[in-house]
Ligand binder design. Sequence first.
Ligand code: G3I
Length: 386
Amino acid sequence: MEMTRREGLAAVLALATTACSGNYSSPVNSVGAASTIDSLHKLAKAKGMRFGSAVGAGHSGSGSFRNTGYASLLKRDCGILVAENEMKWQSLRPDPLSFNFAPFDEILAFAEKNNMATRGHTLMWHRPQWQPSWLEAYDFGTNPATEAARLLTTHITTVTDRYRGRILSYDVVNETVMEDSTLAQTAISRAIGGTETLVDLAFQTARAQLPDAQLVYNDYMSWEPGNEKHRAGVLKLLEGFRARGVPVDALGIQSHIRIDTYDPSTGTGPRQEREWRKFLDEVVAMNYDILITEFDVNDQALPGDFSARDRSVADYAKAYFEVMLDYPQLKDVLAWGMCDSYSWLQEFKPLRTDGLAKRACPYSADFAPKPLHSKLAAALQTASAR
Ligand code: G3I
């Protein structure tokens, strides 16, 4: 996703050892000592909203529910969770015939035990590099359209059957609009006869399965300069859904906001607020709800100093939330991780040129709340009720 614009398709993992320098041996102390910290979900709930985060099912030193310190943050701040990777085809579908539900099931069990809702991400991440390799190499046979439709509908039916009544909001399709505003193509979209056909069928299948669930198109178009064509492509897709009567309820706005250029006069980075509001206006005018599905702040262009950087990140986020919370259609806000150490941004290029960890999330590596947490709390406190 984001890597395509600035990183030339480089979803290259690199170890960010600097990110993991926090003291994880006493997370309970850190969290316990901070027990007076506002719960973001509690503040959201008071406004008819929900706050949540991505979580993984990995080992206890990762952004997983198995990490007791991290789990404490989730329990404090979240009323809704989303699996960072465990519902993707890459994780669920080791091969064309089987499903590996165990990791996702564990996340769902953790959420339910702690009275949290869970979102589904995602029934189709429509980029070739994020499909399982077997699917990109798949032999669709002599009637490729039929076989592609069978694969897609079997997947969606199986997943939604399994979690019926427990997952009420799905990112049915993720990132099918390219940054140049064209639609992505994959082996399965070519086999079925085109991207629109594939995407429409995904939503139609999900709706037939789940008449009352929230069906979301999720993407990363954003407010920074450079997103103009991507935004236009998403609007065109949303218009097409309405024209064709495709059952889509909401736009998931990932909100991986970023400071690519440091502007010393504002202390943050450039954004196109007017154009962004116009984009949002057009989305809601088509009767779509909006969600923030994957919020974090990429601080790669900010000077290294931690306290100044944390303030700038928080200010940038505050400006973003001032716009977003103006829209009563926004009811769910999910962070893509709560703690800097486990953020995908520590691993995906480009990394910071000074080699320091990014400070993208509400909590630092030692589970201490940062200015970003306070600014999110303040934004939710001043939001109008919905
Ligand atoms: O689990 C394997 C592990 O077995 C292996 O040893 C290791 C070696 O590289 O890779 C591990 O898998 C990685 C996985 O994250 C779990 O850590 C994948 O390589 C890596 O590609 C994957 O990255 C995820 C990425 O999506 C691709 O699925 C990130 O964690 C996740 O944060 C990111 O999330 C996406 C959203 O789904 C969509 N929007 C953008 C967002 C950020 O890129």
